[in-house]
Design a protein around this ligand. Sequence first.
Ligand SMILES: Cc1cc2nc3c(=O)[nH]c(=O)nc-3n(C[C@H](O)[C@H](O)[C@H](O)COP(=O)(O)OP(=O)(O)OC[C@H]3O[C@@H](n4cnc5c(N)ncnc54)[C@H](O)[C@@H]3O)c2cc1C
Length: 676
Amino acid sequence: MRCIVISGPPPIVAKIISPTRLVLYPPRLPPPSSPGPQSSPRGLMFFLIIAESPLLSARAFIKPGFQHTCGPDFQVLGGELWHHSKPDIGEDQARRRSTSTEISDLYDRPPRRDPLDTSFNDPETAFRSKTTWEVVRAYIVYTLCSSNYVVEHNMELMKLAKAMLGERLFRQLMKATFYGHFVAGEDQNRIVPTLTRLRSFGVKPILDYSVEEDISQEEAEKREVESSVSEIKSSEAVSEARSIGGEMPQYNVTKTFADRRYKVQSARTYFYLNEASCERNVEIFQESLHAAAGATYGTGITAIKLTALGRPQLLLQLSEVIMRARKFVSEVIGGQGNVIGQKLNAADLEKRLEQAGIKDTKKFLAKVVKDSEGVIHLFPWSGIVDENFQLSDTFRVPSLKEGRMVRLISQLSSREEEMFRNMVRRLNTLIKTAKDLDVRVMIDAEQTYFQPAISRITLEMMRKYNTNKAIVFNTYQCYLKDALKEVSTDLEQAKRQNFFFGCKLVRGAYMEQERARAAALGYPDPINPTYEATSEMYNQTLAECLRRITDLRTKGLQKRIAIMVASHNEDTVRYAIEKMKDCGISPEEKIICFGQLLGMCDYITFPLGQAGYSVYKYIPYGPVDEVLPYLSRRAQENKGILKKIKKEKRMLLSELRRRLFTGQILYTPRGNYISV
Ligand SMILES: Cc1cc2nc3c(=O)[nH]c(=O)nc-3n(C[C@H](O)[C@H](O)[C@H](O)COP(=O)(O)OP(=O)(O)OC[C@H]3O[C@@H](n4cnc5c(N)ncnc54)[C@H](O)[C@@H]3O)c2cc1C
């Protein structure tokens, strides 16, 4: 028996159209009520299992020699030879083992690959996946996004339209414009046709359930301030912590910047309500992981924000500890940054502490993490991903000034410790699910006052889960002055602690807010001084990752590092492609992939996918009413990138003209590319 796995909106019905041909299609008729053995006209038997899960729509078991065809909207995702009476592999395994060879085996035509034109100037290639109506809609949406009035008043306009048109008409209007262009559908079932179409044009999804609370600025500030301060105000603990590194105003919450949406367009913001709301977020992420698994078969990704999983105060305090520990390192041994970057020998550390007159450091030194090359961490960070980790007990260092052990973290109440463990448990649950489903998880980068903690927790999750391949990806923002240093240190940790390293490189979404906050609170601006400096940092960081990949390859270690170039910038994409060529990395290896948002810069994404590069679209989904804040931000972001919009509009118009003059107005997109 042969088992084929089909994705498409359920229900699916099988119809035998000739003695040897089976058609799978969405019926006007209801599906068979109880799936089970059915007779073909020639007495051949086959099984059809309907909709086990919404996305794994059907699995048909077909006798050898029996062929199948899929109706519109369906795609065969994989196939296996299947022994009817005694299957030797589990169904899940059968599903996951769908390789491109098996897939192409099942296709009538071999998958197609086009050459890549890196000027990204060919409208036909760029919009081959769109119907003519979608080309027109994209043009209308970008034109609206170029209007100052529409962008500035977009939320009010949407609310007014809803009040005037009523729920149903408003939804239709949105689907015909912004929602239809930027969002894939209401839920994980309704996005399947979009995912299927993208896949058939060589593009894979990063799923993001984009429902956002539409809360007022006042409410956001109130929630943020309340959830960012500790229940315990121990002045002794605070002054102990300050004895290393002095004042660090960036880790204090201030009402002025408590609404983290301030001047941010490209990222979603979560405001902590309570532990139950974090549990709800976990459920949503879980659904997203299942959707990614069902629809993509081991190629999908889900994006996760750590601020959705716990109390921000804990991320703030942990970030402060990390930065104070770095100050400690520079006080003890000079240099800057993490201890791993200092090539510090454990014996030297002991000597330095002795010279400073600090006694009784045995307990501290016993916990220091080291290997044959030297100290890796001052603290046993691996414990942080344990659900028994005690924050307050762990972070003590010997103070050179005070000559005794001091606490780097102000005290936490037992309830706050519990909340920290909850946050870690939630993340563990999600990553474990992702690993079981063979889906990857990208942890988004957020504001600099949370980022040290987010990055450290993510790195430890990588160490725990990235044992055979990169399941967890960290995000690095290249607009930060320290981006290259951070990536280099983390790559070094991955090498020394022997785990697979996954990283998404972005320029960064919070620039204006970061600068304004630094100026207002009186700490150094963490952002590179110019756009050019950010681009240079991006290139250097990418080059460092590629240098490491090449280095590992010479040692026979393949695929230890995976990188996502998440950018809408053509130059960045071209630079990555050039570097791949220089390093002899082929697109099929999938160790370098690319990412853009749905509805943005299709002229980059689709040519890449159709040429066989590993490329992703960030796919937002959710009910129309609840993704309005997301749509509002998309409108604003597009307004800010007028040069890219101009190019996209020009190309859309040219494609429209081409279709008109070649009689292809009714063109139906049917891809045969198969993403790598
Ligand atoms: C798939 C995907 C995932 C993403 N995930 C994240 C994430 O997890 N965290 C996050 O923060 N962002 C994330 N982003 C957003 C990203 O950081 C950028 O905001 C966005 O992509 C614009 O950068 P660009 O390279 O596409 O385009 P460009 O237009 O080339 O770059 C614009 C960016 O350059 C930087 N910049 C602009 N002017 C200056 C200046 N004067 N000085 C210094 N720097 C400047 C800013 O970062 C600005 O956003 C993601 C983007 C994508 C596509």
